[in-house]
Design a protein around this ligand. Structure first.
Ligand code: TRP
Ligand code: ZN
Length: 883
C-alpha cells in the first residue's frame, strides 16, 4: 500500500486515472472557530479502467476523524489506515457510499488554505490541494462530482452563508443557529469548492445573457467596504459581455457571487459561482485606489470570470496541466484588457513584466517548463512561467491560426471537452484540427524550460536587390534540462525604407505566413539557423524584428543608434517603436555603467536626450508618451548582465534621469501643465494615460528639487481627490531628499488612512521602496507598526516583498544584513504560511546573478534555512536554489 512519504517527487509520467470516481457529494458544515464539524457523504464507483481490488485512497491532512462508515456500517480501527496525508481503506465494494465526520480548527489555520478565518468571517481556498484540509476526499482535478453543501452557523455572527451553485433550502435551528443548503449542479473537482460565512453586506446587480437568461450578480464584502464595489461590478458585466461576443461563451448558473477577503494568498480564486477575492483585487474607490489598482481589478475580475469556461467547464486532468487553464485564461484576460483600453500600452506593460520577472525565473534555479514534468509541492508552480509564458504560447497559437480559426479552435475545444478534465494535448489538438497546422515541433514550447535566444544578422545585396535575414536560435541549459532542441518560433518582421515606410515583403526563401507583398510577415523559424530572403528591395532597409513581441524570446541584432532612432520615430508597429526606445536607452545606460565601473564619472550621451526631446512633438497618445519616457527599470537593466552591477545600475539610472530632467525641463513642465485633469476622476484609458504622463513628468522634475516643483508636488499630495495623484506625489516626496516633507506627508497619510488596510498597504510600499540607506532599519521598525501583521500576505508583500524586490541597492547591501533579515522572516513565516514563505524567498535564490561576495552571503542564508525543519513548499525551493 502506498503511503506517500513527505517531500517525495510526483512525476507526470506516473499519472494514472483514479481507482474510484465520485458521483455525488453531500457536505454539511457546522461552523465554529476552533471546532468545525464537517460531515461528508460521498458516493464512489470503481473505475473499470483500473485494476480490480485497488484500495480506496483519500487525501486528508490536519483532520481529526470522528466517525467513518461505509453503506451505513461503521468501520473498525483495523479496517482503515491513516497517515499524515492519506486515509486508506483496503477493502471496499465496487459501488458504495462513504460517510465521514471530521473536526477541523479554522481559527488556527494560518496557511490560508482549506477552511480558515479572515477577520470575523469563515472562507475557503481549495486550489490546488486545500480541500484535503477540509475532509477526506480524492483531492485531484480529474475526479469531478456534483456537490450539495449545507452550512450551519450562529445567526448573529454569521447571517450570510454561501457556497457554490444555487441556494435550495434555508431555515432556523436551535441555539440561535440557522442553515442554508446550496446545490451546484455542475460536476466539478474539489479545488473549485468554496464556502463563506460572515456578517457581510452585498451589492446586487444583474446580467442578461445572450440567450436572455437573467443572472443575479452579487459582491459580498464587510460593511465598511460597501462603497468600494462599483468598479468590480462594472468590470464583471463587461467581462460577461466580452466573453459572449469574442468567445461565444455564456454564463451557466443563475447566480454569480464574488466575496472580498483580507487574508488571501493570491489574487483571487475562480470557485464555481462563488469567486473569492483578495480584497486588493476587488475593492476600489477613486480616493482609495490608484489607476493601477483599478486596472488590476478589471483584469482579475475578468480572469476569474473567464475561468468559468477555461478552467471550470473544461478543467485540468492533473496539476501538470495547470497552464492549460492559467495560460489560456491569462491570454483571455490580456485580450479583454487590450480591447477595453489601449492595446499597445497593454502589450508594452505585459511584455515589460514578462521580460523582467519571467525571464529571470526562466534563467534561475527554479526554472521549469510551462508544463512541468515533476514537482514536490504544486503550490510552488503558480508561477510567471505557468501564467505569463503560458499565455504567450496561447498567443503564438492564436497568431498562427488568425482570429477566425482561433475562434473555431476554441469553440471546438469547449464543445469537445465540456465537463471533462483534459490535457494540453487536447487543447492543441483542437487548434490543429480546425487549422490543419502541424504543432508537433511547437509542442516543445510546453516541455522546454529557459528563454530562447535569437541572434539575427542581415545582408543587403544591391545587385540582386535581395535582403537576407539569418536567424540563429538557442536555448540555454536550465537546471535538470541540459539539452535543448530548436523550437518553432514565429518571428513577425517588417522592413522600413529610408522614409520610415513599410516595404512590401516578397519572400523568395524561407517559410512565412501572410501574403506576398504584405507589410508584415511572420517568419517560421524552425531550425537552429535559417535564412530568409526578401526580393525587390531597392535600398538597404531597417528591419523591425519581433513585432508585437510575437514570441517570448530574447532577440539580439546589432542595431546602430541611427537605426533605433529610425524605428522609434517611424515603425508602424507601436510595440516595436517603444522597444526601439528601450534598446536605445539600454545602450546609453550600459555605456554609463561601463564608465562608472571604470571609476569615471558617467555621462549620458546626447542621443538619448535628443531622442526623448523629439517624443514631445511626435503626436503620441499620453499613455504611449509616458511609456516611452520611462527608462528601463533597474530589474530589467540587471537582466542584461551575467553579473548584475547593482550599485552602478542604481547610480547611473539616477544620474540619467537627472540629466534628462535638466535638459528637458521646459518640455516636462509644459507637458505637466497640459495634462492636468480637471473634473471628476474616471478610470478610463484616456484619463489614466494622462495621469500617468503627468506623474511621469512630475517624477522627472522632482529630481531637480526646485522649490516650486516641490511645492506643487506637495499641493498635489494635499489636494487631489484621487489616490493615483496622491500616491504619485507621496512617492516623490518620500523618495526625495526633502526629509521634513517626506515625514510630514507620511504622517498625514497615516492619520487619514490608518483604518483602511488597503491604503495602508500603499503606505508600507512607499517606505519599503525608499532608496535611502536607512531603509532596512525602517522596514524593521514598520514591522512593529500596529497596521502590520506577518499573518496577512498583503502586508508581507507590501513591506518585505517590496523591500527585497524593488529596493535593490539596499537589499543587496554588502553588509549582508538584508539577506539575513529575509532569511529570518522566511523561517518565521514558514511555520504560519508555507505558500507565502516560499514565494518571499525568491530574491535569495537568484544568487548566481551576483558577484562572489554577495553569492557567499546569499548562499550562507540559504544554507541556514535548509538546516531548519521546513514545509514542503520551502524545502523544494531552497533545495533547488542551493549550489
Ligand atoms: N486559480 C487562481 C487564479 O485565478 C489561483 C489561486 C488563487 C491559487 N488562490 C490560490 C493558487 C491559492 C494556489 C493557492 O489564478
Ligand atoms: Zn487563473
Amino acid at each position: 500500500m502506498t503511503m506517500q512519504p513527505s517531500n517525495s517527487v510526483i512525476y507526470l509520467k506516473d499519472y494514472l486515472a483514479p481507482a474510484f470516481w465520485v458521483e455525488q457529494v453531500e457536505l454539511c458544515f457546522d461552523l465554529s472557530a476552533n471546532q468545525t464539524r464537517v460531515h461528508s457523504k460521498i458516493s464512489f464507483k470503481r473505475n473499470p479502467e483500473r485494476e480490480v481490488d485497488l484500495p480506496l485512497e483519500l487525501h486528508g491532512s490536519d483532520l481529526k476523524l470522528i466517525s467513518l462508515n461505509i453503506d451505513g456500517g461503521t468501520l473498525n480501527d483495523n479496517e482503515y489506515l491513516i497517515s499524515d496525508e492519506l486515509l486508506v481503506i483496503p477493502k471496499v465494494p465496487d459501488e458504495f457510499v462513504l460517510e465521514a465526520e471530521v473536526e477541523i480548527d479554522p481559527a488556527n489555520n494560518t496557511s490560508l488554505e482549506g477552511l480558515y478565518r479572515s477577520n470575523t468571517m469563515f472562507c475557503t481556498q481549495c486550489e490546488a490541494e486545500g480541500f484535503r484540509k477540509i475532509t477526506y476526499y480524492p483531492d485531484r482535478p480529474d475526479v469531478m462530482a456534483a456537490f450539495t453543501t449545507k452550512v450551519i452557523a450562529d445567526k448573529d455572527e454569521y447571517p450570510v452563508l454561501l457556497s457554490n451553485g444555487n441556494p435550495i433550502e434555508r431555515g432556523e435551528l436551535d441555539n440561535n443557529r440557522h442553515f442554508v443548503t446550496w446545490l451546484d449542479p455542475f460536476r466539478k473537482p474539489a479545488y473549485l469548492f468554496a464556502l463563506v460565512a460572515g456578517d457581510l453586506q452585498v451589492v446586487k446587480d444583474s446580467f442578461t445573457t445572450m440567450t436572455g437568461r437573467e443572472v443575479a450578480l452579487e459582491i459580498w464584502v464587510e460593511p465598511e467596504n460597501i462603497t468600494k464595489c462599483d468598479h468590480a461590478m462594472g468590470s464583471l458585466k463587461a467581462a460577461m459581455k466580452w466573453d459572449e461576443e469574442v468567445y461565444g461563451r455564456e454564463y451557466d448558473l443563475d447566480i454569480y457571487m464574488i466575496v472580498a477577503v483580507n487574508d488571501f494568498n493570491m489574487g483571487a480564486m475562480e470557485n464555481k459561482g462563488l469567486n473569492i477575492f483578495n480584497s486588493s483585487c476587488v475593492l476600489a474607490r477613486p480616493d482609495t485606489a490608484t489607476d493601477g489598482a483599478f486596472q488590476r481589478i478589471e483584469a482579475v475580475v475578468a480572469h476569474e470570470y473567464f475561468h468559468n469556461w477555461s478552467g471550470n467547464r473544461v478543467t485540468c486532468r492533473d496539476w501538470f496541466q495547470l497552464s492549460l487553464k492559467e495560460g489560456f485564461t491569462v491570454f483571455r484576460d490580456q485580450s479583454f484588457s487590450a480591447d477595453l483600453n489601449d492595446a499597445a500600452v497593454k502589450r508594452i506593460e505585459d511584455v515589460a513584466m514578462l521580460r523582467t520577472a519571467q525571464f529571470a525565473e526562466d534563467a534561475g534555479p527554479t526554472a521549469h517548463p510551462v508544463r512541468p514534468d515533476h514537482f514536490i509541492e504544486i503550490s510552488n508552480f503558480y508561477t510567471l512561467t505557468i501564467y505569463e509564458k503560458g499565455a504567450e504560447i496561447v498567443r503564438m497559437i492564436a497568431n498562427l491560426l488568425g482570429p477566425d480559426l482561433f475562434r473555431k479552435g476554441s469553440d471546438l475545444y469547449f464543445e469537445r471537452h465540456d465537463g471533462q478534465a483534459v490535457t494540453v494535448e487536447d487543447f492543441v489538438a483542437a487548434m490543429a484540427d480546425v487549422s490543419g497546422i502541424d504543432f508537433s515541433q511547437f509542442m516543445r514550447w510546453y516541455s522546454q524550460a529557459g528563454t530562447p535566444e535569437l541572434s539575427v544578422s542581415d545582408a543587403y545585396d544591391s545587385d540582386s536587390q535581395q535582403y537576407r535575414l539569418t536567424i540563429k536560435q538557442s536555448t540555454p541549459a536550465t537546471k535538470g534540462q541540459e539539452e535543448k532542441l530548436p523550437l518553432h518560433i514565429p518571428v513577425k518582421v517588417g522592413l522600413l525604407d529610408a522614409q520610415g515606410s513599410d516595404l512590401p515583403l516578397i519572400l523568395s526563401e524561407g517559410e512565412a505566413s501572410g501574403e506576398q507583398g504584405d507589410n508584415s510577415r511572420v517568419l517560421h523559424l524552425r531550425a537552429a539557423e535559417q535564412t530568409f530572403v526578401f526580393d525587390q528591395i531597392t535600398n538597404a532597409p531597417v528591419p523591425s524584428l519581433l513585432r508585437g513581441f510575437s514570441a517570448p524570446v530574447k532577440l539580439d541584432f546589432a542595431y546602430s543608434q541611427e537605426q533605433l532612432l529610425h524605428l522609434m520615430r517611424h515603425d508602424s508597429d507601436g510595440f516595436n517603436r517603444w522597444d526601439a526606445g528601450q534598446r536605445l536607452a539600454l545602450d546609453a545606460l550600459k555605456a554609463m555603467i561601463c564608465q562608472f565601473e571604470a571609476g569615471h564619472v558617467p555621462e549620458l550621451g546626447s542621443t538619448l536626450v535628443e531622442a526623448y526631446r523629439s517624443l514631445f512633438n511626435a503626436q503620441l497618445s499620453p499613455a504611449i508618451l509616458a511609456a516611452m519616457l520611462a527608462l528601463p527599470s533597474e530589474a530589467y537593466i540587471g537582466e542584461q548582465y551575467a553579473v548584475v552591477p547593482v550599485d552602478a545600475i542604481h547610480a547611473c539610472r539616477k544620474l540619467a534621469r537627472k540629466t534628462l530632467a535638466k535638459a528637458l525641463e521646459a518640455e516636462l513642465r509644459q507637458c505637466l501643465t497640459e495634462n492636468q485633469l480637471p473634473g471628476d476622476y474616471r478610470p478610463t484609458a484616456k484619463d489614466i494615460g494622462k495621469r500617468c504622463l503627468k506623474n511621469t513628468c512630475l517624477s522627472y522634475l522632482m529630481v531637480l528639487e526646485h522649490s516650486d516643483i516641490v511645492a506643487s508636488c506637495w499641493q498635489q499630495f494635499e489636494r487631489s481627490d484621487n489616490m493615483t495623484d496622491v500616491q504619485a506625489a507621496l512617492v516623490q516626496l518620500v523618495h526625495s531628499n526633502q526629509d521634513d516633507k517626506a515625514k510630514a506627508a507620511l504622517d498625514k497619510f497615516e492619520q487619514e488612512w490608518q483604518q483602511d488596510a488597503l491604503v495602508m498597504d500603499q503606505w508600507f510600499q512607499v517606505q519599503a521602496s525608499r532608496p535611502h540607506p536607512d531603509a532596512l532599519a525602517r522596514v524593521k521598525a514598520l514591522m512593529e507598526h500596529n497596521a502590520f501583521s506577518l499573518k496577512n500576505p498583503n502586508k508581507v508583500r507590501s513591506l518585505i516583498g517590496v523591500y527585497c524586490n524593488q529596493n535593490r541597492v539596499n537589499f543587496h547591501s554588502l553588509d549582508g544584513h538584508s539577506y539575513r533579515f529575509l532569511a529570518d522572516v522566511v523561517l518565521e513565516l514558514d511555520r504560519m504560511n508555507p505558500q507565502i514563505a516560499s514565494r518571499l524567498i525568491t530574491p535569495l535564490t537568484r544568487w548566481q546573478k551576483f558577484d562572489e561576495q554577495r553569492q557567499q552571503l546569499m548562499q550562507a542564508e540559504l544554507k541556514r534555512i535548509a538546516e531548519a525543519d521546513l514545509s514542503k513548499d520551502l524545502f523544494e525551493v531552497v533545495s533547488k536554489a542551493l549550489p
